[in-house]
Design a protein around this ligand. Structure first.
Ligand code: HEC
Length: 108
């Protein structure tokens, strides 16, 4: 019986990990980010693929940008279009911002 409970608990941990990335995607879509950011094609904003390349290995810097504390690295000339979008993220918790950043970096 104890073993069963352990296994169940571990199952929850594993699914929670998977749900984190899914949450990031849900946040990305619910906040309207997808309107300007296509996964692979540059539209109004750079593609997620391009953002993921620039921020590869720099999760902390991407989190700082999303919190309005970082500088634009991808296309600074167009930052005035992006800047007001950051207001959408002000109500998010740190965990939600992290999930969002992790989702954005997961697009290849
Ligand atoms: C109205 C169009 C538009 C919307 C909506 C939009 N963006 Fe952007 N985004 C841009 C443009 C244009 C750029 C390029 C300027 C720049 O690099 O900052 C950009 C750049 C970015 C970058 C790269 C920042 C960097 O270092 O240069 C990130 C990350 C980003 N957007 C995240 C988001 C997220 C998250 C949302 C949803 C809350 C969002 N964007 C919504 C237009 C948009």
């Amino acid at each position: 019986m104890k073993k069963l409970i352990m296994a169940a608990a571990m199952g929850v941990v594993i699914t929670a990990g998977g749900a984190l990335a899914a949450d990031g995607k849900a946040i990305f879509q619910s906040k309207g980010c997808a309107a300007c950011h296509n996964p692979t094609v540059d539209t109004v904003g750079p593609s997620l693929k391009k953002i993921a390349q620039v921020y590869a290995g720099k999760l902390d810097e991407l989190i700082a940008f999303l919190k309005g504390q970082g500088k634009p690295h991808v296309d600074p000339a167009k930052f005035p279009i992006m800047q007001p979008q950051l207001n959408q993220l002000k109500s998010l918790s740190d965990a939600e911002i992290k999930a969002l950043a992790e989702y954005m970096l997961s697009v290849k």
